[in-house]
Design a protein around this ligand. Sequence first.
Ligand SMILES: Nc1ncnc2c1ncn2[C@@H]1O[C@H](COP(=O)(O)OP(=O)(O)OP(=O)(O)O)[C@@H](O)[C@H]1O
Ligand SMILES: [Mg+2]
Length: 384
Amino acid sequence: MDDASALYLGLISGTSADSIDAALVSFDAGVPRLQAAHAHPWPTPLRERMLALAQDETPLDLDAFGRLDVEIGGHFADAALELLELSGTSAQEVRAIGSHGQTVRHRPSGEHPFTLQLGDPSVIAERSGIDVIADFRRADIAAGGQGAPLLPALHAMLLGRPGHARVVLNLGGIANITVLGADGSVYGFDTGPANGLLDAWCLRHRGEAFDRDGAFAASGRVDPGLLDALLADRYFTLAPPKSTGREHFHLGWLSAHRQLATANPADVQATLLELTARSIAMAIDQQAPGADEVLVCGGGVHNGALMQRLGELLAPRTLYSTARHGIDPDFLEATAFAWLARQRLLGLPGNLPAVTGARGARVLGAIYSAPAIGPSTRTLSGAS
Ligand SMILES: Nc1ncnc2c1ncn2[C@@H]1O[C@H](COP(=O)(O)OP(=O)(O)OP(=O)(O)O)[C@@H](O)[C@H]1O
Ligand SMILES: [Mg+2]
């Protein structure tokens, strides 16, 4: 199997932990093309355990931690195997799986910065018979970077337009932007919360995993006092490079604001949506004043109320889904991990130091080999 015909499979569950997204990807002159995709839902009790763990201060003993790593790995393997079956693809056609895992803690600053993703890659390799590349973020952190975001390089490749300044906005659990300069420059950072807080508040007060189309938010009114208090968070004024996660923007963070005590739930949802839209618009105003288009990917693109508010705040820029350029907004991240797996096998860097703040470009990820006998008899070079 030569590299030109090889397929790669990307796997990620993001900060929303809504599903494991799996993407089967081919490459045309190094540019990834999505061939098939599948979202593997998490069982609700496991999702709730993972979300609780990702919030700060949730105690977990080492035994439970070890078991959880393997359990999550099993679901990642399921996601990969389901996609192979659904697309009629054999394991032998896939050169490698790039698995991001599930982030349970991301602390890129401080004396001993670290980031932690669970989902034992050995389990995925054993069950699929395919080599797995995983642990994509730690080399960047070891080099002084944030370990995130890792998508901007791919955004530039797929959505950059020479001579034209654009922003790519990913509305995941956390929102991040990639600024594509007219001169070919690329940088990006996490702007702050997006679906993570909206989901958590909706689950608590509506018992639903997410606020479909932003209807709950649309039924309330923005609370100006609460909004100002939330916008005063230091993260919003930090200069990039910066990244964040659920360990900072979670329900405990929200509850710490005294204005919450008297607000009604629908108004809080409306305020969280406004917080998301405002913090993104501020970041774009400050960091990408020359851009006249904002291309949106990630699950938040389906939240009509959020998209409408963003469109108002970002006008006269145009705001639209990456689908307009033939890029499925729900599987761009999974595609990125297929691309990162290929970069690893080719010995090419995956990070952009201008984005993450790392000392230099780094080859990201470690290889977990498929068993030489059993499900697969492929060698490490990929010959079948
Ligand atoms: N129809 C919809 N209406 C409102 N929100 C939606 C809809 N569909 C998806 N979403 C939101 O999108 C979220 C999932 O988005 P996505 O998978 O991009 O986030 P993620 O997994 O956290 O990714 P990231 O790694 O970028 O943080 C859901 O949790 C939900 O909040
Ligand atoms: Mg997701």
